[in-house]
Design a protein. Sequence first.
Length: 157
Amino acid sequence: MSAPTWNIWVLHGPNLNLLGRREPEIYGAATLAELDAEVVARGAAMGAGVTCRQSNHEGVLVDWIQGALDQGIDAIVINPAALTHTSVALRDALAAYAGVKVEVHLSNIWQREPFRHASYVSAVVDGVVSGFGGGSYVLGLQAAIRLLRTRSGGAAG
Ligand code: DQA
């Protein structure tokens, strides 16, 4: 198999390791492993090498984002989970990351409790996908690849 054109990280924030068991009426029945397998397969079909990582710890996510450019990562698709609504540190790390970045949420955060309506992250990413379950990650990945193609001078496709 030829080397992927793009290297993309999909990062999951706190409690997303519990997918499938955690409020399935909101977050769906699929486990994180199942979701990751789909995202990796979709990425491969679009010429992207996708690596998925999850942490419950803000600092770990910040370290990963800081390391992404050094490690040649072209894009980050991130579900910051609860840190969306609380973390200036995550926002600052993403602001410093020069690659393509897309925020995703399984649920539609604007249909939920008022405290979920505000995101520290949205203003520093290229775009947001929210409300399509696992499909939000697939759409986020497609959007990231489309932007990468455009930025590298190719047709968006
Ligand atoms: C979430 C929405 C957040 O408000 C929540 O804290 C999560 C998951 C989502 O994917 O819908 O943990 O980011």
